[in-house]
Design a binder for this molecule. Structure first.
Ligand SMILES: *Cc1c(COP(=O)(O)O)cnc(C)c1O
Length: 239
């Protein structure tokens, strides 16, 4: 990284942390209760390490192979590492023991695959259940009507600890359009919290990304996953 790149990354991190704090205060909440997850995809180990030097405490990766590569390069030392992307059951074994939280558990089958691997390693894996709040065919995630059964079944598994919910609402041209999805998610979150399922702790409601994290916080999110606002625009290679 050039000196200029380092300066820019540092100032973006400072700015995002300030914005998250302001959004919390504006919503009448304690900024300390909001977890900022830096979505580190497509940023190499050097950039990730520098982001951590600048105060990032949680990294989120969304591809298993990329996570493994950067993990081997010691990119995430001194941070919590979360998995936030689509996960195939056959890749689960590469994550267990490396990540503190799997945010994107989108089916009973995936939850059980995680439990099986965690049990093998003598670990109780923290997970979030991903809800397909916009009912989008192209997106993974549990439909609201399937959430109670999924909770009941996965909560019984001693190798899993359900810590909350995650959602990625449909891409909206205006942030206001996602308010109803964020509101709906918060309501579901509070419902589950109130029902007090055994072995379930509704600690985290993970929603909000670069374009909508302030709105998400206003609606009750306490975990935001931010990539672009921290690292700049991602340049996907042409295929
Ligand atoms: C990339 C990614 C983010 C961050 O997206 P930005 O819009 O760049 O902030 C959040 N969540 C998931 C699951 C992601 O893959």
């Amino acid at each position: 990284m050039t000196e200029l790149e380092r300066e820019m990354l540092k100032s973006r991190i400072d700015a995002v942390r300030a914005q998250v704090e302001q959004a919390a205060v504006k919503a009448g909440r304690n900024p300390a209760e909001i977890t900022l997850v830096a979505a580190t995809k497509m940023n190499d180990a050097e950039r990730v390490r520098f982001a951590i030097e600048c105060g990032i405490r949680v990294c989120g990766e969304n591809r298993v192979q990329e996570l493994q590569e950067k993990y081997e390069q010691n990119a995430y030392r001194d941070t919590d590492l979360h998995f936030i992307g689509t996960l195939q059951t056959n890749k689960v074994k590469f994550l267990i023991g490396k990540v503190s939280l799997i945010q994107s558990v989108s089916s009973i089958r995936l939850g059980q695959a995680i439990a099986k691997e965690a049990a093998k390693q003598g670990i109780r894996q923290d997970i979030l259940l991903e809800v397909n709040i916009g009912r989008e065919a192209a997106k993974s995630g549990i439909l609201l009507e399937d959430l109670p059964d999924t909770l009941e079944i996965l909560a019984q598994n001693p190798a899993l600890h359900i810590r909350g919910l995650m959602a990625i609402p449909p891409i909206a041209d205006q942030t206001t359009k996602n308010l109803r999805y964020f509101d709906e998610m918060h309501q579901v979150f509070v419902d589950i919290l109130t029902k007090k399922y055994d072995n379930v702790n509704m600690d985290y409601l993970s929603m909000g990304m670069t374009n909508d994290f302030e709105a998400a916080i206003a609606c009750g999110s306490n975990m935001v996953r931010i990539g672009t606002a921290i690292f700049g625009a991602r340049h996907y290679p042409a295929v």
